[in-house]
Design a protein. Structure first.
Length: 442
């Protein structure tokens, strides 16, 4: 078996993992990114939502910058107003992710490769064993869990929590789908120009033109859908600016365990059924006469393991606009809890300044010296997780982990907690990330 040695190894190439790997590589660390899919991109590519969530909070600043301008150049440098739809095309994002990782000389990427085992000694990961495209044993000074469900940390033996406190039930999963090749001119009234969707208010016009909510209400009233959403909750989708493509976030599947492949497979099948229930109800609309239905290849998982860290972020922290001395990232996305039973959704905006700090302590797996958490698996409660789980804050979380690990390697720190947070912020600022607090030259 081949042997490799890196400074930093990142497992999982979604938004957080990619930004962790690029953050480490740009900071001078010899870095490896491992991904089991055949290309990088994660949920944003394989289960696209169609919009970048978590952009904000005000016209004068954006609390998540970093690598986002390279991934979403059409949204920068001007931050979209609160009423602007932050739409992205999944294939375009996939190419930009690839361009981002290809541009780093210090970064090596292994796709179609799985981590099968890890060697642990005294609460420190020593090496990983991989299979698939690359069969190898990999050593590193620091390891970053960039997986959505904390797979690496759980494999190593780190403590974790799942779901809400009272019953460990997690938010429902969603299988997104895309309807493309729509005829926008047939969505407008006679004599009116073709619809455009550039602001959130424009979605209402599309919904009304296609009769989406009425179609779903009929399905619910007549018992012809297995979707647990109430009829009055409507159909959730996001539109390309020219209205030729709609990305739907409508299906709901409850009781899915994202760590169990059989459970995920069953969830996919149930959600796929819900898609065709709605599609068969709306497909005869004239604007959809030549439309194409594309179902995402993987089930969208909202919640998985939350690894226990040195500090657990809470809902009170989020809604209280928490400020921490060891701040390394920020989030402005609301508390957004989809009921595990499939009913109402709780949506609570971050008040006041519109954002809160994410402390470095949430990114450090409790008791582990060289394991960082670089995706939604960071240490937080069920409620807090519902806020920071979206792509924009995850890119900041990942970038902070990568920078911290690189500094730890350069300064030969055996425990990541020996790295000064002010140094992490200094490098993050150099990499165009939003930070608040003291800075110290790394």
């Amino acid at each position: 078996m081949k042997q490799f040695k890196f400074d930093v190894v990142v497992v999982g190439a979604g938004a957080g993992g990619i930004c962790a790997a690029v953050g480490a590589a740009r900071s001078g660390a010899k870095t490896l990114l491992i991904e089991f899919q055949d290309r990088v991109g994660g949920t944003g590519v394989f289960s696209p939502l169609g919009i970048l969530c978590g952009v904000g909070p005000g016209a004068d600043q954006n609390v998540n910058n970093g690598f986002l301008p390279e991934l979403y150049p059409h949204l920068y440098p001007t931050r979209p107003s609160d009423q602007t739809i932050t739409y992205y095309d999944a294939e375009d994002l996939s190419e930009r992710y690839q361009t981002l990782v290809d541009g780093e000389d210090n970064l090596e990427v292994w796709t179609s490769t799985r981590v099968e085992a890890c060697e642990v000694e005294a609460k420190a990961i020593q090496s990983l064993q991989t299979s698939g495209a690359v069969e190898a044993r990999v050593n590193a000074s620091y390891f970053i869990d960039g997986t959505a469900n904390g797979n690496l940390a759980a494999m190593a033996g780190a403590a974790f929590q799942v779901g809400r406190a009272k019953d460990q039930q997690m938010q429902p999963s969603t299988l997104t789908f895309t309807i493309s090749n729509i005829k926008p001119d047939l969505l407008s009234a006679e004599g009116e120009p073709p619809l455009r969707a550039e602001h959130w208010g424009d979605k209402r016009k599309i919904t009304e033109a296609l009769g989406l909510n009425e179609a779903y209400q009929r399905l619910k009233a007549e018992g012809r859908t297995t979707n647990p959403k109430r009829g009055d909750q409507g159909v959730l989708f996001f539109s390309s600016p020219d209205c030729s493509t709609l990305v739907f976030n409508h299906t709901r599947v409850t009781g899915i365990d994202p760590t169990d492949p059989d459970s995920v497979k069953l969830g996919y099948e149930k959600a796929e059924k819900q898609i065709f229930e709605l599609w068969n109800e709306i497909k005869d609309h004239p604007a959809l006469a030549e439309a194409e239905l594309k179902i995402s290849p993987i089930l969208g998982i909202r919640e998985g393991r939350r690894i226990v860290g040195d500090y657990m972020l809470t809902q009170e922290d989020c809604l209280g606009e928490a400020r921490f001395e060891d701040m390394v990232a920020a989030c402005c996305y609301p508390i957004d809890i989809h009921n595990p039973e499939g009913g109402d959704t709780v949506m609570r905006d971050i008040p006041g300044s519109g954002y809160y700090h994410i402390p470095f302590r949430c990114l450090c797996a409790k008791g582990w010296s060289n394991l960082l958490l670089g995706s939604r698996c960071i240490s937080g409660t069920h409620e807090a997780h519902s806020s920071y789980r979206v792509m924009a804050p995850l890119t900041a979380i990942g970038q902070a982990c990568g920078v911290a690990a690189a500094i730890g390697c350069q300064n030969q720190r055996k425990d990541i907690r020996e790295v000064e947070v002010s140094q992490i912020r200094f490098v993050l600022q150099k990499q165009n990330q939003f930070v608040e607090g003291s800075l110290a030259d790394a």
